[in-house]
Design a protein around this ligand. Structure first.
Ligand SMILES: [Zn+2]
Length: 315
C-alpha cells in the first residue's frame, strides 16, 4: 500500500527578551546614534560586533572604540528570495563586512542590483535606518561605496545619555514538517479511529506511535499492526498547573498508557474518573470527540485492573 506522505506547515515563534550587558548595550546604543563601536582586546585587536570576553585569551574586555561606517566585503552569498523580516524585500547579498578600523567582520545585508555587482574586496558603507531604536536593524543595510578609505573617525567612549539596556528579539522559525512514512500511516489510521503501530522484524515488538525503525534493534520496521483500543495505565502524573491555551480543569492526570498489543506506552490524559482514583493497572479506552483527529482522552473501561506482571516491562 502506498500512502502519500503527509506534510504540514509549522511555525514556532516567541519573543525573546534579553538584557544586553555593558558591551552590547553600548554597541546598540551607538547604532541608535549612528556610531559603530567595537571593543579592543588585550592583544590589540578590534572586534566588531563587540563581545564581552576575548575569544583567544578569555580576558574580560570593556575597551570600547569607534570604527568607521565604511568597510570591505570579506565574503558574501546572494539571497535570491528574501524571506519575511529579512533586511530587504528585494534580492540582496548577505555580506561579511570588515569595517575600517576593525579586525573582524560583521554580518549584514548589502543592497546591490544583482550578484554580478558584488565581489569580495568591494567597498561598502552603512545605510542607516530612518528610525533607530537601538537594534542591529538600525543599520538598514550596507550599500556600495566608491572610495578607498574614509578619514579617521573621532574616538567615542561608548557613553551616551540614555543607554539601551535590553531588547526583545522575535524568534521565528517557519518550516514544512513531514512526519515520514511510518507516522503518516499512524496519523492516517487515526482519522479512521484506528491506532496502528509497527512490528520489529527482529525483536517482534510493536511500537506505537511507529518511528519507522526499532529503537532497540535499529532495523527498519514496516509490518503494520492494529493495537488497542483498550489499554492499561502504567505510570501517571497529576498535573496541577494550568497551561495557557489548554482548556482543561486542573488537577488532571496525564498517563503512560500501554495499548493492548503494543510494547511501548504512549501518553494520554485520563478523564471520567476523579484524579485521585487513577492508579497503575487501570484499564482505559480512548474517547474521541466529534471531528477530533486523535483521542481527546482515555476513560476507565470498568474492567478489573491489569495485573502488574502484564505491564511491568512497559513502565
Ligand atoms: Zn527490534
Amino acid at each position: 500500500m502506498t500512502t502519500e506522505v503527509l506534510k504540514a506547515p509549522l511555525v514556532v515563534e516567541f519573543p525573546f527578551t534579553r538584557s544586553l550587558g555593558p558591551v552590547q548595550s553600548a554597541f546598540l546604543t551607538g547604532l541608535r546614534e549612528q556610531v559603530v563601536l567595537g571593543v579592543r582586546t588585550t592583544d590589540g585587536r578590534t572586534l566588531v560586533p563587540p563581545v564581552e570576553y576575548a575569544p583567544v585569551t578569555a580576558d574580560e574586555i570593556r575597551d570600547l572604540v569607534q570604527v568607521a561606517p565604511t568597510g570591505t566585503v570579506t565574503t558574501w552569498a546572494w539571497n535570491h528570495a528574501p524571506r519575511r523580516d529579512q533586511p530587504l524585500e528585494t534580492p540582496f547579498a548577505w555580506v561579511l563586512v570588515r569595517l575600517d578600523g576593525a579586525d573582524t567582520a560583521l554580518l549584514h545585508a548589502l543592497d546591490a542590483p544583482g550578484p554580478d555587482a558584488v565581489h569580495t574586496g568591494m567597498r561598502v558603507r552603512v545605510r542607516w535606518a530612518a528610525e533607530r531604536t537601538g537594534a542591529i536593524t538600525d543599520i538598514a543595510c550596507f550599500e556600495p561605496y566608491d572610495s578607498a578609505s574614509d578619514s579617521e573617525v573621532a574616538a567615542h567612549d561608548g557613553q551616551f545619555e540614555s543607554m539601551v539596556t535590553g531588547i526583545v528579539a522575535q524568534a521565528r522559525l517557519d518550516y514544512s514538517y513531514s512526519p515520514g512514512r511510518a507516522q503518516t500511516a499512524y496519523i492516517s489510521a487515526l482519522a479512521d479511529r484506528r491506532i496502528v503501530g509497527e512490528r520489529c522484524p527482529s525483536c517482534r515488538k510493536v511500537y506505537v506511535p511507529p518511528r519507522g525503525a526499532c529503537p532497540t534493534c535499529g532495523v527498519a520496521t514496516a509490518e503494520q499492526v492494529q493495537v488497542g483500543p483498550g489499554g492499561t495505565v502504567t505510570t501517571f502524573c497529576i498535573v496541577n498547573i494550568k497551561a495557557r491555551n489548554l482548556d482543561i480543569e486542573v488537577p488532571y492526570v496525564y498517563a503512560h498508557i500501554a495499548l493492548d498489543g503494543a510494547d511501548l506506552a504512549l501518553h494520554g490524559r485520563i478523564g471520567g474518573i476523579p484524579y485521585d482514583q487513577v492508579r497503575m493497572g487501570l484499564r482505559v479506552e480512548p474517547v474521541w470527540t466529534e471531528g477530533g483527529r486523535y483521542p481527546d482522552h482515555y476513560r476507565p473501561t470498568g474492567e478489573p485492573d491489569a495485573d502488574y506482571e502484564t505491564f511491568k516491562e512497559l513502565l
